[in-house]
Design a binder for this molecule. Structure first.
Ligand code: HEC
Ligand code: HEC
Length: 294
């Protein structure tokens, strides 16, 4: 895509966004974070299932101190922030509402906009109680003072453009295929599409960087190989759960790169959740929930 076209696209988004900014802030109620040990333990499980550490806590860091750099497809780099409850460099004082707005709507406590390098278009369908438990876990961690540099982005890329992007995304992303109401397949869909954000790398995007959900898991510029229900129908439940545990594929290759980081998290899931993942990805196999599309 040419730069001119980019700039025009962004100008249109900014105009649309300006109107949106004045008019609209998602209606999210003031919700307190739970504080009990059970909520914190559930939050820790969600933190892992949602792979938050793959971006926020890397290279053996003691907490989610950020610092990891993500290449921006339009030039420059994002610097993943510190999300420990540190007063000066982290997210001390975040409330339930702040977490709901950030993870499900891509909005800052101030009303500003996050970039989708933070995969909130996947996390948008998180259950509120999962977001709140996750918030409880994060706020229970020891604060770590670690300053992360600001993002290094092209000057034309203004976050107000995200206001327009946020309006267009639900329309332009399309819809993922409905799955059967088998609870296992449903849980697997929630894990894969929402928490595990598998589509962020495996689903193709349009020129504005929006996932194309009607081509879910058909491969992208990051990873060509398809992992949609048709392709994965040849895998057994055991093969898929073994993959989530070890990264070893059906052809006994071990995945590398960013997928190896994903396996670091999936290997810690409960056996039930690994089976739910398998039920979802292999649902085309004529076993559980074969009635895809109803
Ligand atoms: C693919 C990488 C990636 C993953 C996975 C990810 N994040 Fe982030 N996160 C980011 C980036 C990049 C930003 C900064 C976005 C911006 O500034 O616009 C961010 C921002 C945030 C912020 C806002 C911090 C602030 O100071 O305003 C919070 C809170 C957060 N992430 C929590 C989470 C949680 C909880 C998870 C797991 C459910 C998660 N993130 C998963 C990349 C990621
Ligand atoms: C950060 C990007 C990223 C995310 C998120 C991601 N993947 Fe991957 N995935 C990759 C890459 C890159 C490869 C290719 C790795 C290789 O060939 O070494 C891959 C390979 C795979 C393969 C192997 C296909 C084959 O037969 O070789 C499967 C299966 C897979 N991913 C499933 C998943 C599932 C399930 C999730 C969600 C839990 C997921 N991926 C999330 C980047 C990602």
């Amino acid at each position: 895509m040419s730069t001119t076209k980019n700039v025009l696209g962004v100008a249109a988004l900014v105009a649309l966004g300006a109107a949106y900014f004045v008019l609209h802030m998602p209606a999210v109620a003031d919700t307190p974070l739970p504080t009990g040990p059970e909520a914190i333990a559930r939050g820790q499980y969600i933190y892992n299932a949602a792979g938050c550490g793959a971006c926020h806590q890397r290279d053996g860091a003691e907490g989610p101190i950020g610092g990891y750099e993500i290449d921006n497809p339009y030039g420059g780099k994002f610097h993943v922030p510190n999300i420990t409850p540190d007063q000066e460099t982290g997210i001390a004082g975040w409330t339930g509402k702040d977490f709901l707005l950030a993870l499900k709507h891509g909005r800052k406590p101030s009303g500003g906009f996050y970039w989708p390098a933070f995969p909130f278009r996947s996390y948008k369908d998180m259950k509120d109680e999962d977001v709140l438990d996750l918030g409880a876990y994060l706020m229970s961690l020891p604060p770590i003072n670690h300053k992360v540099a600001p993002h290094d982005l092209p000057v034309w890329q203004l976050s107000i453009g995200m206001a327009g992007w946020n309006i267009l995304a639900p329309i332009m992303e399309g819809k993922s295929e409905p799955v059967s109401d088998d609870p296992k397949v449903q849980r697997g869909a929630y894990l894969a599409r929402v928490l595990g954000h598998c589509g962020e790398c495996h689903t193709p995007r349009n020129a504005l960087g929006m996932m194309q959900r009607n081509h879910e898991f058909e491969g992208s510029t990051i990873v060509k190989k398809q992992i949609d229900a048709g392709t994965m129908s040849g895998w057994s439940t055991e093969e898929f759960t073994f993959f989530l545990e070890t990264g070893s594929t059906q052809s006994f290759d071990v995945v590398g790169g960013e997928m190896a980081d994903v396996i670091e998290h999936t290997k810690l899931l409960s056996p039930e959740d690994k089976e739910a993942y398998a039920a979802f990805f292999t649902r085309g196999a004529g076993k559980s929930g074969a009635a895809a599309g109803n």
